[in-house]
Design a protein around this ligand. Structure first.
Ligand SMILES: O=C(C[C@H]1NCCC[C@H]1O)Cn1cnc2c(c1=O)CCCC2
Ligand SMILES: [Mg+2]
Length: 510
């Protein structure tokens, strides 16, 4: 195995491709472009996320379901409004064996059209509400844009929750509860900070009423990235699919239910890789690491007798047992024919949070030697203290990884009230928070006005070109700074004469 051949700071996109491949997270499905194989290291992370989320939505009363993966032209027609924008992404099955299908069927890109005809059938009385189903599955979107592992694939794993409520307020409450769980997946499991907010009209899910989102930040290129979305659909879909209940207060009257839909996908893994990885490869937050600590015997020279070596490895096995009993996901690497240095590189590449070395010198002092993957810090731990020190150290690593990422994000979220500072701020890898009118046309203008860079010579090699696309709105942060006086403060776009409605976070983005 050779390590990562480029520096993260030199060629970020190639660095990323090498890390996901060489850390054995992903294999390219070379038969068809845009598809990726997710290997055990990835599935461990995804399953950890799934257990964490599943436990919490069950506690909310969400039940599990599994709907067919195909949808008919007819049911697609019902939501024609917002699907036509996405129609190019639909994959169709037109044949079975040699025979053409009378009616082609589409592979689900999301399941509203599959599920909601049955919501209409099952939801009749207000006593059926709140109605809450979630499914874990994969969806297909035949992306035209360049695909990349985890971040943009033609098929990805996700969960999609679809709920129905009697009132807008009940729906609104759940939208935020789910959004907070999404933030928890990022912040508590992946050690990734996110900004919570609402999407503007231009960026929200067109078929919905409003979209709430958690937005991430990638320090390496200063780009924002949408982390997960929790939408209130209002009554848009219940009117399309005729999902009604009898009005509890007025006999004979029917009410359209208020719906939510919320989704989080394996994209979250790509975000974690991009933020925490370094030039040696993957760096895993301990809470989602399949192996949290790897034990490696060192100093087993040819000078040692077979008995001495056996006795040493027996001690190492006892140490492994101590760690396992302390609840640490620990393994030992006893592979013959590989030097300790080779093993160090291999496990660093795979992102194992804590390496523990054990040699005759350590044995003589009843200690182990450790090396933290995130900071490289080395030291020794008395064997007698392993049970408390190693779990503590893993939690410290988790917290330190989060704190470093939170600091980087916070320092690159600039509140700006002078338009001329915007593009230089973007070029310095910042996101910006500006007073904005929230009008879609204004956003379009801003995207045009902020294309290009103010700091790069045109003959920069392609792989090292920094992002130069125009900035998009990422979200209207729930945490609004002071300073906007409605009807007085102007939208920051110099070509817009409207008043500012809110502080809006913008940035170059995925
Ligand atoms: O999927 C959603 C809305 C919603 N779907 C369920 C999970 C939450 C949320 O993503 C939006 N959306 C995105 N992308 C596409 C579609 C689409 O509806 C439909 C056609 C293909 C591409
Ligand atoms: Mg899309």
């Amino acid at each position: 195995i050779i390590g990562i051949t480029v520096k993260k700071s030199e060629n970020f996109s190639q660095w990323y491709q090498e890390v996901v491949l060489k850390a054995e997270l992903i294999e390219y499905y070379t038969e068809i472009s845009g598809f990726f194989i997710m290997r055990p290291a990835t599935m461990y992370i995804w399953n950890t996320i799934r257990k964490w989320f599943q436990e919490r939505i069950e506690a909310m009363g969400v039940e599990e379901t599994s709907f067919p993966m195909f949808l008919s032209q007819k049911s697609l027609e019902k939501e024609k409004a917002h699907v036509e924008g996405f129609a190019p992404e639909l994959a169709w099955v037109t044949k079975a064996g040699e025979k053409d299908l009378d009616v082609p069927v589409a592979v689900r890109p999301t399941s509203e059209a599959v599920m909601y005809p049955y919501y209409a059938k099952w939801i009749r009385s207000h006593r059926d509400l709140p109605f809450r189903l979630n499914q874990w599955n994969s969806v297909v979107r035949w992306e035209a844009k360049q695909t990349t592992p985890f971040l943009r694939a033609r098929e990805f794993l996700w969960q999609e929750g679809h709920t129905a409520h009697l009132t807008e307020e009940q729906a609104a409450k759940e939208v935020l509860e789910i959004l907070e769980l999404y933030a928890g997946i990022y912040e508590q499991l992946l050690a990734v900070p996110v900004v919570r907010g609402r999407k503007t009209e231009a960026e929200k899910f067109a078929g919905g009423y409003y979209t709430t989102t958690v937005e991430g930040y990638i320090p390496s290129n200063g780009r924002g990235i949408q982390g997960a979305t929790s939408h209130c659909l209002g009554q848009n879909f219940s009117k399309m699919f005729d999902i009604t209940v009898e009005d509890p207060n007025e006999k004979g009257k029917h009410l359209y239910v208020w719906q939510n839909s919320w989704g989080l996908s394996t994209r979250v893994i790509g975000v974690m890789v991009m933020i925490h990885g370094d030039d040696k490869g993957l760096v895993l937050p301990p809470r989602i690491a399949k192996i949290q600590s790897i034990l490696i015997p060192v100093g087993l020279t040819a000078k040692m007798t077979a008995e001495e070596k056996e006795a040493h490895l027996k001690k190492l096995d006892e140490i492994l047992d101590i760690l396992k009993k302390a609840g640490v996901r620990a393994e030992s690497d006893l592979r013959d024919g590989y030097t300790p240095a080779w093993k160090f590189n291999d496990w660093e590449l795979k992102g194992v949070p804590l390496r523990i070395e054990f040699g005759p010198k350590d044995a003589a002092k009843d200690v182990v030697s450790y090396a933290r993957r995130d900071t490289g810090e080395k030291g020794t731990i008395p064997i007698a203290e392993l049970t408390t020190k190693v779990p503590e150290m893993l939690e410290t690593i988790q917290q330190d990884m989060y704190n470093r990422a939170e600091k980087a994000f916070r320092e690159h979220r600039l509140q700006i009230t002078n338009w001329d500072e915007v593009v230089p701020a973007l070029d310095a890898k910042n996101l910006v928070i500006i007073p904005h009118c929230l009008v879609p046309e204004c956003e379009e203008q801003i995207k045009e006005m902020t294309k290009g860079r103010s700091d790069e010579s045109p003959d920069t090699p392609e792989g090292q070109k920094a992002p130069s696309m125009g900035m998009k709105s990422l979200c209207i942060p729930f945490e609004q700074p002071e300073g906007i006086v409605k009807g007085e403060t102007k939208c920051l776009n110099p070509q817009c004469s409207r008043f500012a409605e809110a502080w809006c976070m913008f940035g170059r983005s995925y």
